[in-house]
Each structure stands twice: as structure tokens, then as C-alpha cells.
Design a protein. Sequence first.
Length: 217
Amino acid sequence: MTPESVQALLQSEDYGDRIKGLNQLRQLPHEIAFEMIQPLIFDSKTRVRYAAVSQMDTLGNVNREKSLEVLRDRLLKDKEIDVQAAAADAIAALKLTEGFEDLQTAYRESSEWLLQFSIIAALGEMGDPRGFDLLVDALTSDNDLLQSTAVGALGELGDRRAIPLLLPFINNPDWQIRHRLAQALTHLGGEEVKPALQQLAKDEIEQVAIEAKRSLT
């Protein structure tokens, strides 16, 4: 395998070859792979674009300015939700805080839960304090997965204003939300979360109880 052989696959008219070439890019130096992957980010095939955008979370540090440019474009302009979601994931993984407003725009303008889920998860990973209000908004979602992700992301963000907003979830009927709550309160810490963790330590679901007990000990 050489850069030339990989390039031949990436330029093939067979999109299966292009997918194969993208997989082989992982074995090349990042500086070379970054340049070679750029056309594939705008490929006509959704699977190819998704695979290319997904690799930007590791390749993007080669040129962060260029990475932000192409990921912003795919987040806001791609017609496929999977590709948009992959762009949001990569922006977060690279901690491109310059893309916060783009994530916020995409979240507010989309009705697709998959994209909203990716953005909420991204805000927790990215750690930008501007994400607080958007995460609070997601707490009121009628989608349990989105709610659960927002609970976890608020814990990652570390803003203690989240504590009184999270505590009502202690009696949520979805044990996965209670599990995320135990993790979030552990991240946030402090005396004010101990009573909630003590209650969660007695939860009927073992995973929830173990997580809370681990924090208390």
C-alpha cells in the first residue's frame, strides 16, 4: 500500500473502491491523509461523505482552520442527517469552539432527533460554556434519549447552575436517565449533590446504584 495506490482507489468511479481507499487512509501519515480526504468530504455518495467526515475527528488537527471550514459546510449544507451528525461529532472531538454558533443554529433549525442528539452530545464533549442554555433547553425534550444525553452533557460541562435543574430527574422512570444523572452529579460534585447520590445509591437498578455508590466512596 502506497499513497499512490490509495489515491487510485479514492479516485475510482466505483464508490466501493472509494470506501476501501478511505479505510486505507488510516494507515497513512495524517498530513498526507488529510489532503487526500478532502474531495471525499463532498462526494456524491452519502456513505463516502459519511466515512470521510467521520475520519476528520482524528485528521482535523493537521489544519484546524480548513477542518472547521469543511465541517461547518457539511453540518449546515449536507442533505443527509447522518453526514451532518458526523460533522457535529468531529467539531466536538476537535474542540473547535469557533463552530459553536453553527452547532446552535443546526440544533434550532432541525427537527431531526439524530442531529439534535449529536449536537447535544457534542456540546458536552466540547466543553464550551456557551452551550449551557442549549443543554437546558434539551432537558425539556419529549425524547428520552435527547433528555438523557443532555443530563450527561451538563455534567461534562461542569456548570454548577445545572444542579437544581438536574435534581428533579432523580425520580425519572427511565433508569438510563437516572444512571446518567448519577454520572453527572459525580462530575459536578459538592455537598449539595450528596443527598441525591445517597438516594440513587439505593436505586432498584444495580447500574444506577453502583454509579452513585462509587461517587460517594
